[in-house]
Design a protein around this ligand. Structure first.
Ligand code: SF4
Length: 258
């Protein structure tokens, strides 16, 4: 369900598509030019939003960097181990097609170990936006923050859009398209923060960007296949992997995960 628009976000979200494209290009151009390429990273989930951002970072790199320097930019795919198999294949194929520097991060523990520790499947963020599930910390936050620290990454581009959820709308209104994330010690850049879903698809069509097949299977998001922390997860999983849905519902019916 689309998030309701906060008054402070109206002027950004109601810009024309052309204005949003120009704004996105200038945000990326500013960071591409001001930071060594090896200190920059693009988060690629395999979804439509991060693919659109990666495509635009590639465009800016070919305009502003020396030949070959784009390959110094880190394109980080966090493979949680519970991705749709189609997503993993899609990311690998995209790498072959676009020839970027793919960094595939893997967690130290499995999703199944995390939920066993918690005693429940993921429940999502608290009202204050804090992760309450061990899996998000172990499968996502720890690998990326370690990568940022080990490689002295200064800029991390992502495909966050404000209309995705209420939390994103609120944080988008506070942080805007760029902010320094103290906890991760990195500048987080959200080049398509103000884009709507149809605008992202429009960009895909215009640029002929390959599309992850999970969308045509019925998934609305392409993250962890087993995630139960978002609205509509049951409906989505019933289309994409009914066997897994049966297992999760069965586990949830039991008192303890074992
Ligand atoms: S997206 Fe869901 S399943 Fe994946 S790490 Fe976060 S809470 Fe866990």
């Amino acid at each position: 369900m689309a998030a309701s628009i906060l008054p402070s976000m109206k002027k950004h979200l109601r810009q024309s598509f052309d204005a949003k494209m120009l704004q996105t290009q200038s945000i990326i151009a500013k960071w591409i030019r001001s930071c060594p390429p090896e200190k920059q990273a693009v988060g690629l989930s395999g979804g439509k939003d991060s693919a659109a951002v990666l495509h635009q970072v590639m465009g800016a790199a070919s305009a502003f960097l020396k030949d070959g320097d784009f390959k110094k930019i880190n394109v980080v795919f966090e493979n949680t181990g519970v991705e749709y198999p189609q997503t993993v294949t899609f990311v690998h194929n995209l790498q072959k097609q676009w020839d970027f520097n793919l960094i595939e991060l893997k967690p130290e523990k499995t999703f199944w170990e995390c939920i066993k520790e918690d005693g429940h499947y993921p429940r999502g963020k608290s009202r204050r936006g804090k992760n309450v599930d061990t899996c998000c910390l172990v499968l996502k936050e720890k690998p990326i923050t370690k990568f940022i620290k080990d490689n002295d990454i200064q800029v991390l581009y992502d495909g966050i859009t404000a209309l995705e959820s209420r939390n994103r709308m609120i944080w988008g209104s506070i942080d805007g398209t760029c902010h320094f994330a103290q906890k991760w010690n990195v500048n987080k850049v959200h080049p398509i923060l103000y884009w709507s879903e149809p605008e992202v698809w429009r960009y895909h069509g215009m640029m002929n960007i390959p599309v992850n097949p999970v969308y045509s299977m019925g998934a609305k998001r392409c993250g962890c296949m087993v995630c139960t922390a978002h609205q509509g997860w049951e409906d989505e999983l019933s289309k994409t992997n009914p066997g897994m849905l049966r297992k999760i519902l069965n586990d949830m019916g039991q008192e303890q995960l074992s």
